[in-house]
Design a protein around this ligand. Structure first.
Ligand SMILES: NC(=O)c1ccc[n+]([C@@H]2O[C@H](COP(=O)([O-])OP(=O)(O)OC[C@H]3O[C@@H](n4cnc5c(N)ncnc54)[C@H](O)[C@@H]3O)[C@@H](O)[C@H]2O)c1
Length: 454
């Protein structure tokens, strides 16, 4: 009910009809809400501004939206603290709006209906809160924020504003994962009682987290928050429950101080001829245009050494998580695997669902992903879900839901502020448990009390 109310507010107070597309759980727009919209419609398009014009901002939330949804969306402002990257981003996206170094000025001048937040994780709270206070609805990239104190201030600001915060958990939208949701929720294996969930980042994509700002806890909250919050969101969504308690271990034993040799960054490194992790960032025109051409403005090195001594995040992690509905989860994340992907199994009272994805070095021809359903005392069935571009076709589905008037949400894929909060709080609890050696109750972190949804 609380959720539905906040979604209605979003429609009622939003300046343009296009914003209604964000309200995917609300099938009917009330007459009062329609009148409120009619009064404030300016251009007929949703006015959108972005803060953070790095790779996520310029592609997923920039070029893709301008190319595919220009009839619904008008970009009114772009902001980034790096002036060179900002101008390069504007050109790359094909945007014609104004650019700003100063966020407050952008908000004041552009008055966006929706603010998209795609900055470094630890800064999301500042922009979400300022945006809410200025009357914007917010689309924020995951993780919503990086610690429990910032999380509480976002929750409070959202409540005060009556505006909506959507966390763009695109992983929910892959057809393979939606099929798993469907199988669980149609009772195929009875009640789910426990889950085995193991995620592998490879020595290319996984290593990349150790090159960039993500390598420091203070910027990305560690991979428990930056990366695993995606996985914790999936668990809460599949299981229809919020997490109650977490116990975890973590260690850094491959990257960082563990390397035998190191430099500052790959381009200037004396070990480039004998390092498995040597990477020439300038071979990628897009990265060169966005990052290395603009290093002089902020000193940010996109190709930092994965063996830098200042790396303070874990590269192997495991956790036991108990959910409010009694489900127990055994989770792990490894950041130096020879292949990228995951394995998951749901144990239920009537059977078991197994699923796996291997994104690099795939074991089959890449046309489909499989799910194996085994009934107790019964047969084993294999379900094949066709693959497509962009997280299995999920990215386009999420964009259509957000920007077009797609109101159905049969798999409950829209993620609201509460979902965003529980996803990061699971990671925060795991991080705290690694530090303290003790289990952490999620209810001790903010004023949110975990609930089973069904
Ligand atoms: N959903 C997904 O699958 C997914 C994938 C990649 C990234 N992301 C998220 O998107 C966000 C951006 O990631 P990215 O890969 O684009 O990073 P990035 O480093 O390429 O871009 C971040 C941008 O924010 C700017 N910035 C940082 N602090 C700022 C501040 N205080 N004021 C103004 N600008 C500031 C930087 O200059 C940079 O241009 C992160 O939160 C990340 O977790 C999500």
């Amino acid at each position: 009910m609380e959720n539905k109310m906040s979604r209605r507010n979003f429609i009622g107070k939003s300046a343009v009809v296009g914003a209604a597309a964000l309200l995917s759980n609300v099938p009917i727009i009330s007459n009062a809400a329609k009148k409120a919209q009619a009064k404030t419609v300016v251009s007929g398009k949703t006015k959108v501004a972005i803060v953070g014009t790095g790779s996520r901002g310029t592609n997923m939330w920039g070029k893709t939206v301008i190319n595919g949804y220009a009839d619904m969306v008008e970009y009114v402002g772009l902001c980034d603290k790096n002036p060179g990257r900002l101008e390069a981003a504007k050109k790359y996206m094909g945007a014609s709006c104004k650019t700003y170094i100063d966020f407050d000025t952008m908000l004041k001048e552009c008055k966006p209906d929706i603010l998209i937040v795609t900055t470094m994780d630890s800064t999301h709270d500042e922009f979400i809160i300022k945006g809410l206070n200025a009357g914007c609805n917010i689309l924020t990239e995951k993780p919503m924020t990086t610690d429990e104190v910032k999380c509480q201030t976002i929750l409070d600001a959202q409540k005060r504003s009556g505006k909506e915060v959507i966390v763009t958990f695109n992983y929910r939208y892959s057809p393979h994962r939606a099929k798993i949701w469907d199988l669980i929720n149609s009772g195929e294996i009875g009640d789910v009682t426990s889950v085995d969930f193991h995620w592998y980042l490879d020595t290319s994509h996984g290593a990349d987290y150790f090159r960039r700002w993500h390598r420091k806890r203070e910027f990305g909250g560690s991979l428990w928050v930056h990366k695993a919050s995606h996985h914790f969101d999936l668990l809460g969504w599949w299981l229809n429950s919020e997490p109650e308690e977490v116990f975890a271990y973590g260690n850094l034993e491959f990257y960082g101080k563990n390397g035998k040799q190191r430099g500052t960054n790959c381009r200037n490194c004396s070990h480039k001829d004998n390092c498995d992790f040597y990477w020439d960032v300038n071979k990628n025109d897009y990265y060169k245009m966005l990052y290395t051409d603009n290093e002089r403005h902020d000193g940010y090195l996109r190709d930092g050494c994965v063996f830098k001594e200042d790396i303070d995040i874990f590269d192997k992690m495991c956790a036991s998580i108990k959910y409010a509905n009694g489900v127990q989860v055994a989770y792990s994340l490894t950041a130096y695997s020879p292949y990228e992907g995951y394995r998951i199994a749901f144990n239920g009272t009537k059977g078991r669902i197994d699923a796996w994805i291997q994104e690099s070095n795939p074991t089959h021809d890449g046309e489909y992903d499989e799910i194996m359903v085994t009934r107790n005392f019964g047969k084993r069935n294999y379900i094949r879900v066709p693959q497509s571009e962009g997280h299995g076709g999920g990215d386009k589905l999420m964009h259509d839901k957000i920007w077009r008037n797609v109101t159905e949400d049969p798999f409950k894929q829209s993620a609201n502020i509460r979902d965003g909060a529980f996803a990061i709080l699971t990671g925060v609890a795991a991080r705290r448990s690694c530090d303290s050696g003790k289990p952490v109750k999620i209810a001790d972190l903010t004023d949110l009390v975990p609930k089973a949804k069904k």
